[in-house]
Design a protein around this ligand. Structure first.
Ligand SMILES: Cc1cc2nc3c(=O)[nH]c(=O)nc-3n(C[C@H](O)[C@H](O)[C@H](O)COP(=O)(O)O)c2cc1C
Length: 182
């Protein structure tokens, strides 16, 4: 099974990147030792801010095609969302907006696990709710979603793993649903 994982942020120190990487490792250690988990970095898909005028003048940037192709090559996708002012980071929204101009079904009906975390008690639940709520419009087959509140209390930075047993159990039950496409 090929799994694409990324954090919907551009921070090099991203806590969501740590969470997405952990989820990928957990998938391999618990469910599929042969899974190929590829972590991508949104910085590698940076594009100018979407505008209809830019699109009319220059078309859709190749980075949007590359992002869509990465999703297309995967059997499943793991995303961890950073929350900026209750919503998506500008970087994710821009990548998503350009990619949706190729085809609204950005996620191409792939099984997707949606995660989100923040340093505060809200655990980026607002952006996670947006992602879950809009998923059917964008070809996201959501198999599970999980918000991790108070990241620095819940995540062991040295071992690079979640601490709370209940959160681990919830993440495992979401990951258990991922199956290779036959
Ligand atoms: C502009 C900005 C807005 C933010 N808004 C929120 C917010 O609405 N809710 C929240 O829980 N954290 C918010 N934060 C804090 C982020 O959760 C925190 O920076 C987190 O580390 C972002 O995730 P990342 O490390 O994966 O990029 C905000 C941070 C920035 C810079």
């Amino acid at each position: 099974m090929k799994v694409l994982a990324f954090a919907a942020t551009t921070s090099s120190q991203s806590i969501n990147k740590q969470l997405a990487a952990y989820a990928g490792q957990l998938l391999k250690s618990e469910f599929d030792g042969n899974a190929e988990v590829e972590m991508i970095d949104l910085n590698d898909f940076e594009m100018p801010i979407y505008s209809a005028d830019r699109e009319a003048e220059s078309g859709i940037p190749e980075q949007a095609h590359a992002f869509r192709n990465k999703i297309g090559e995967a059997d499943a996708v793991i995303i961890s969302f950073a929350e900026h002012n209750g919503s998506y980071t500008a970087a994710y929204k821009n990548t998503f907006d350009w990619t949706s101009r190729i085809d609204m079904k950005v996620y191409q009906d792939k099984p997707v696990i949606l995660l989100a975390t923040s340093p505060g008690p809200g655990g980026a639940q607002s952006v996670l709710g947006s992602a879950v709520g809009s998923a059917p419009y964008f070809g996201m087959d959501v198999k599970g979603s999980l918000s991790v509140p108070s990241f620095y209390d819940q995540f062991d930075a040295e071992k690079r793993e979640l601490i709370d047993e209940e959160l681990i159990a919830q993440l495992k039950s979401a990951l258990a649903t991922l199956k290779p496409v036959q």
